[in-house]
Design a protein around this ligand. Structure first.
Ligand code: TXA
Ligand code: MG
Length: 351
């Protein structure tokens, strides 16, 4: 057990002492959790193989699942990659800092322990002020997966991190709720056409606008291809999963509500505790079960922000089964759908 130190930085990015303490710990090879605009990250020195090893241990993460390196300016990118393709240049001009991770050919200074043995490396420049200041102070690329135990939903609040990682990391920097709430979009820029390996806050539509043609890795589209192995190693694991089995119900509004109400009634008759994941527009229509609204349908970014927190709340409320209203697979909806689908282990009912 490690004696975890909590450093609170709510709205006070100017607290130099705390940031310096975090940066020092990183330079000493320690583990430091910090907030980002997507989800909280579990950081370590990205050029130190042993520090990377500690990340895998703390999360219980399979070591073939590579980490993302976080940088705070473009100069930091050069030494980490063997070349910067022109389409990457365009994407970083438009979307960095922000929730976009790109896959490059790696340089020799990036340890294989960080890339899970691959010759490529994932790099992202976060926009969150605390993340940026921590990278600047430490002068390191910070390797950081999401700061959850492997298999749990990614943490969007400090309380999620504490639940999973107290005693497993050296420092937790506690900040606000992550704005975006879903992990970054991952784009492979090593080929002629960029390929989206994981949908996120930067959408397919956003990327298409900048580079023209874009592919989406087959492993993440819809629910069709259960057999296909996704190219981002992390996308193949069961992820984001609440304890209770979840089913996503897809279709037109009223039919979805009716189906969930019918199923809820039957489950309750069989003494099951049912969790219902609904939205502000529909919440009044349900009258039994543990009902949570994840956000507003007409503002899907609110759904993205709250999804992981709701999944964790269902764990706290110890439901036996979760029925979730599906979302449309467009814009940020592609990322929301992808995470819900994974949480549901591809259990979908269409009405
Ligand atoms: O928003 C985010 O990206 C957050 C915050 C903390 O920045 N980080 C995050 O990291 O989600 P993680 O480790 O939970 O997810 C990283 C994903 C995994 O699916 C991994 O397989 C993929 O990135 N990945 C990393 N390096 C890769 C590479 N060289 N090629 C393909 N996929 C890669
Ligand atoms: Mg993760």
């Amino acid at each position: 057990m490690i004696n975890t130190i909590i450093l609170k930085l709510y709205g006070d990015e100017s607290d130099n002492e705390k940031l310096k303490q975090g940066a020092r710990a990183l330079k000493e090879g320690k583990l430091v959790v910090f907030p980002t605009e997507t989800v909280y990250g579990l950081g370590a020195n990205g050029l130190d193989a042993q520090a990377a090893h500690k990340i895998y241990e703390a999360k219980g993460r399979p070591s073939d699942n590579p980490l993302i390196l976080h940088i705070s300016n473009k100069e930091q990118l050069l030494p980490l990659v063997s070349n910067i393709p022109s389409l990457a240049q365009k994407l970083m001009e438009k979307f960095w800092p922000g929730p976009l991770t790109m896959i490059f050919e790696k340089s020799s200074i990036v340890p294989k322990e960080v890339t899970g043995g691959l010759d490529t490396v994932a790099i992202r420049m976060p926009s969150h002020p605390i993340a940026c200041r921590l990278i600047e102070e430490s002068k390191l690329p910070i390797a950081a997966p999401s700061a959850n135990l492997s298999g749990k939903p990614s943490p969007t609040k400090a309380e999620h991190v504490k639940k999973d990682l107290m005693g497993r990391v050296d420092i937790i920097i506690e900040g606000e709720h992550s704005d975006i709430g879903l992990e970054s979009t991952i784009v492979d820029v090593t080929g002629d056409i960029p390929v989206i390996l994981r949908p996120g806050g930067i959408t397919l539509e956003d990327i298409t606008e900048v580079v023209g043609s874009v592919e989406v890795d087959k492993g993440i589209i819809g629910d069709l291809d259960k057999e296909y192995i996704p190219k981002a190693p992390g996308m193949k694991y069961t992820h984001y999963a609440p304890n209770a089995p979840m089913t996503m119900v897809l279709g037109s509004g009223e039919k979805v509500v009716k189906k969930i109400k019918d199923l809820t009634k039957t489950y309750i008759e069989n003494n099951k505790r049912v969790g219902i994941l609904t939205t502000n527009e529909n919440i009044e229509k349900y009258n039994q079960g543990v009902i949570l609204s994840v956000g507003k349908r007409d503002k899907p970014e609110t759904i993205a922000m709250n999804l992981f927190d709701c999944l964790r709340q269902f764990d706290e409320k110890e439901v036996d089964i979760i029925l979730a209203e599906g979302v449309e697979d467009k814009g940020i909806g592609m990322a929301i759908f992808n995470r819900m689908n994974k949480a549901a282990g591809h259990q979908i009912i269409r009405v």
